[in-house]
Design a protein around this ligand. Structure first.
Ligand SMILES: [Zn+2]
Length: 250
């Protein structure tokens, strides 16, 4: 069915402030029930898993809050917000105008934003219990020079390396997310070639996710991404089998 043996849902966990995309706390019960109903309905023809994508913001917001929910199979931790020096939250993957406004009010250059962003990913891996690290470089949609800075700046690379070493230490699978390529004109996956190459060098575990928001997007660019990974030397992707993340040969 759908060309897949299994499917994992990962609605965005509630946030303590309004957004147009995170689920509301009162919706959690229905969400968990719908996924359990689908598990029963499809039984052996399609394995159905229930996850969450959740944010980490130092000092209060953590994926750990949702880990205790019954029936949860896995947790994706992603950074969508950075706490700015003036106390505002910058939505790193949100509206560009708002992004520019808040970063200008805080006088932050691209490099400083990237340092804060990768550090936030490191802080999450250090403090919270997640199974998958979501769209590690998605901030590049709001920073046109992101890849150039990443490829040349040793300070940024150092913080990125601390993120990768934490994925290794904590046994966290790194998501290769295709949504930007079919939805936001991104020329490459999240993360892109530079980070995928570092992942290869460090022999870290990756999985592919379409970040689908509808059934038609569920396997979007999977085959192309597998080919791209194979061509760049990756040998395995990891999939969830209901208990653990297991390697699948590319
Ligand atoms: Zn996300």
């Amino acid at each position: 069915m759908l060309g897949m043996d299994s499917i994992g849902f990962s609605d965005h966990a509630p946030l303590p402030f309004p957004t147009s995309w995170a689920m509301k706390e009162e919706g959690i019960g229905d969400y968990l029930k719908e996924v359990v109903d689908a598990k029963i309905k499809f039984d052996k023809s399609l394995k159905v898993y229930c996850g969450f994508e959740a944010d980490f913001i130092k000092g209060g917001v953590t994926p750990d809050r949702w880990r205790v929910l019954p029936g949860l199979d896995y947790m994706i931790g992603s950074i969508h917000f950075l706490l700015m020096p003036d106390g505002q939250l910058l939505e790193v993957t949100g509206d560009r105008q708002n992004f520019e406004l808040i970063r200008n009010q805080n006088n932050l250059e691209d490099k400083e934003l990237m340092l804060l962003y990768f550090q936030a990913n490191a802080d999450m891996l250090e403090d919270a219990n997640v199974d998958v690290l979501g769209h590690l470089d998605k901030m590049k949609i709001n920073i046109p020079n992101f890849n150039e800075i990443l490829a040349s700046d040793k300070d940024v690379q150092k913080v990125l390396d601390s993120v990768l070493h934490l994925c290794d230490r904590e046994d966290v699978v790194i998501e290769v997310n295709t949504r930007g390529q079919y939805k936001s004109n991104s020329k490459e996956s999240y993360p892109g070639p530079f980070i995928l190459n570092r992942i290869l060098e460090e022999e870290l575990n990756i999985c592919i996710s379409s970040d689908a928001h509808g059934i038609n997007e569920s396997r979007m660019l999977f085959d192309e991404t597998k080919e791209m990974l194979k061509a760049t030397g990756h040998k395995y992707i990891f999939t969830f089998d209901g208990y653990d993340w297991v390697p699948e040969k590319l």
